[in-house]
Design a binder for this molecule. Sequence first.
Ligand SMILES: [Zn+2]
Length: 416
Amino acid sequence: MTESMAASVAPSDLLRQRVGRLVALTSVHTAFDWFSDNTRQIGDWQLEVTEIPAPPFAETRRAEWVRQRFIELGLKEVHLDSVGNVVGIRPGRDAGAKFTAMCAHLDTVFPHGTAIKARREDGRLYGPGISDNSSGLVALLALASAMKEAKLQTESPLVFLANVGEEGEGDLRGMRAIFGNPRWRDSIAYTLVLDGGGTESLITEGIGSRRFLVTVRGPGGHSWSDFGAPNPILILARAIDLFSRTPISTPPPRSAFNIGVISGGTSVNSIPETASMKVDLRSAAAGEIDRLEQALRDALNRAVSEYHPPPGHKFATVSYDADLIGNRPAATLKTNAWIAEVIRAVDVQLGIVTRVQRASTDANVPLALGREAVAIGAGGTGGDAHTLHEWFDPANRELGLRRILLSALVLSGPSE
Ligand SMILES: [Zn+2]
């Protein structure tokens, strides 16, 4: 999912002093204390939200739960937008200033009907989606709570976003809607994407991906009487075999491909009419994705052209479609971006060793527009994401929350 990159330059002394002054403020201490005093509450929220199913394109129930919490925590103008993102504002002193956005995705990879039970055991939390991204969602709630408790006043406003459509075929539709909305497009200056556990990650490069549903079609038929008709499963298998030999560039930037789903056929004694697969192509370089797409098409063309009907056979038609079902832009944060410098200064202050990484996240959308955006962990540690055995260890989660809070405070320029 993520890939480490070389560390960057140290933050300036001025910025480090500014972070040092912030940490000395009583109000910031009060907010920090809220995190350490409320670990149980944060964990309870996490268990509760995990048990509200949120498959791609069906996040509404979970969104409604988050909306209620946003209202209770005193955020303003709380609402669901046209695609189902939950939006809540924390105004700053300067009503005309640009926003700092803090986002966490609502959706999970688990389809309708998945039995989802969350539990706490020996201090750890378990449940599908408990880390990715219940940990990000509850980080939003913890941040809003701590800021409320500490009566923190920022100069520019903050917008809290629980967005839809990050996973799989959601194709970042939640973030696309935010950055396609005239209200937000030019008014969000900085975006902090909170995705999964972790305290050290700083994702500054968005891995692009392109996804296809490939369907091979033939006339179908009876396994005995129509023998010799093109078999889409065999042709698809041949194409997969050819494509799987495509060489992959070695880092940097790395590329990858995956065939994640195959399906087709109706019965053991029927020649299938269709066979299909879902293919995921990824790279940090747009040109690499183009190359992989061409290799996929070459493999399909060759597999189809290799089919030769027996002499005089009536069935000779075979074809394929490759439908684009996902397209995430590859994009990189510009060097010396303020948002990355701020996080590195916060990390120095908190004794965190920053790990700069690349991954495909909601940050791809603002990054592709040339905006300053990063994805970072929501604190604690998580594992086995996208499986039913997913876990989250909240030990020292407050360090990750302090990191997010301080970064947001520097970005939104609180009065000192
Ligand atoms: Zn995620």
